[in-house]
Design a protein around this ligand. Sequence first.
Ligand SMILES: Cc1cc2nc3c(=O)[nH]c(=O)nc-3n(C[C@H](O)[C@H](O)[C@H](O)COP(=O)(O)OP(=O)(O)OC[C@H]3O[C@@H](n4cnc5c(N)ncnc54)[C@H](O)[C@@H]3O)c2cc1C
Length: 575
Amino acid sequence: MTIETLTPPIPPKTQVLVVGAGPVGLALAGDLGTRGIDCLLIEQSDGTIVQPKMDLVGVRTMEFCRRWGLVEAVEKCPYPPDYRQDYIWAVSATGFEFGREPFAARGVEKNAPGSPQKRERCPQNMFDPILFDWARRQPAVTIRHLCRLVSFEQSADKVVAMVEDVTTGTEKRVECSYLVGCDGASSLVRSELGITLSGDPAVTYTTNIIFRSPALKKLHDKGEFYRLILFDPDGVWATIVAIDGRDDYRMSIVGTAAPRRYSEDELKAAIRRAVGCEFPFEIVSIMPWVRRLMVADGFGRGRVWLCGDAVHMFSPTGAFGMNTGIQDAVDLSWKLEAALKGWGGPHLLQSYEIERRPIGIRNITEAGGNLRRMVSPKPDPVAFEDSEAGRLARTRFGRTYAATMRREWFTTGIHLGLRYEHSPIVVADGTPEPPDDPAIYAPTSRPGHRAPHVWIAADGRSTLDLFGTGFVLMCLGDAPPDPAPLLAAAAQRGVPMTTFASRQPDLVYAYEQPLVLVRPDGHVAWRGNRLPIDLADLLMTVCGYKEPRNVPRPEVGFGQKHVLLESPTRKATTP
Ligand SMILES: Cc1cc2nc3c(=O)[nH]c(=O)nc-3n(C[C@H](O)[C@H](O)[C@H](O)COP(=O)(O)OP(=O)(O)OC[C@H]3O[C@@H](n4cnc5c(N)ncnc54)[C@H](O)[C@@H]3O)c2cc1C
């Protein structure tokens, strides 16, 4: 699957200029397109994915894919649906095995509890083309490759950006109402805004190598695996993942906090060591990268905002990076729509940072913990011996390691259990915050949480299929209060709102209250057993007319504070 290089003329004006067509920029542009928002997505490369990074599309992202009509495309992606996804920890592919966690092939995995979807193994070179095809089909979206943001200036009513045609070097002026930097970890947009980051800027210097070997699967007795975690007596030194479920494998040499570059001969020797013997293979690509655990101290300001790796940089342990970024895009998209269509209040966009930054910190902290749990344990040296004592030591280590690592492997709570606890556009109802367990998702309609999924018996849809465009007022039970006054008040202010009524017992039970107001991103804004007396106040709150006050500001709990990572392109481009 490839991405066609698109080079249409660069329009002088657009409503939203999205910088960077990685998965997050593609998701944002596509979602804005579904809202009819005129959007120009620029990407400095020609769209070629040299080496796929992410390969796990999480369950919440799959719920968005459901909203966008992309589930079938993801399910039909070329990653073999019958390829088993076991995790194995061992000395090498052909050496001693310590233990394993069996995982079904994606084609037979069940939906996550509380979701109409399941996660999918769909690596970036398969997933990005799906997002790209969908985004380019939106009439309001223009995608322009080989076009680089050089600089921008914002004023009270617009942003003026200078972009460069990478092929000719010609610069063009693009005027927009909003600019969103989805330009990755080295974000020029973040750097130009002077936004700092907190956390650990260099956890490890890691090297990824994709190698191709049709022979490998016949060499070992481990059977099909997704991930092989490789131990020596000092602990984990590398991992191998079945990146396409066929003949391509991605090996990561974990590395340390000290920079390290390998020669091709050293990398070949490392691959042989990981497999445990001489075997035929070819190196397809090499990608040295720095593992960072950082969250931006701001997510943008005024008319310029940031999403994805531009504001949070993950260790891949847990597969949260892109999935968190796509949630950013979904949160920001409806707020941009509301601002552009005039029904969003002056503080609505501020709520983007207030809602999403704590989620970035939560998920980064979890990913960092996962890394620590993965690399810290060291097997007893006896476990490397070919003896009965060695066998027993391997079994012992295998069990304890499995118990430790399950926290990384079962993360429905991380993906579905997020909540916008101190959001100024959510009306808290005084109920206590439920535990935020990484593994367990407990459905709730408590304001700020993702509205629960229930199958609608009458037509087979999920309740999640009701959400996406405007607000939805769920009117539930035998005699819910009349929603008409709220609908009228919303219509008067131009706020898009519809209702959905149901007496279906499990749906009524899951939604807990007779009236539940769900936002366009599928999170609950308000709930109650009757409409509030002051309907204008409710609408002003959920649409961001009120200035946020006394919002707690969480900090990243480790590493350095307020580091300015300058974009490598900045100095060359900005006088
Ligand atoms: C080994 C590895 C495995 C991973 N596995 C997973 C996983 O399984 N699941 C998961 O969710 N995440 C995973 N991640 C993280 C995930 O890959 C990233 O979080 C994700 O790619 C971020 O997407 P993005 O669109 O924000 O940024 P990027 O993918 O970095 O895209 C940014 C884009 O902006 C473009 N750009 C930059 N500057 C400019 C400019 N000035 N003008 C125009 N264009 C510009 C770049 O060319 C690039 O295409 C993994 C990461 C690694 C390293």
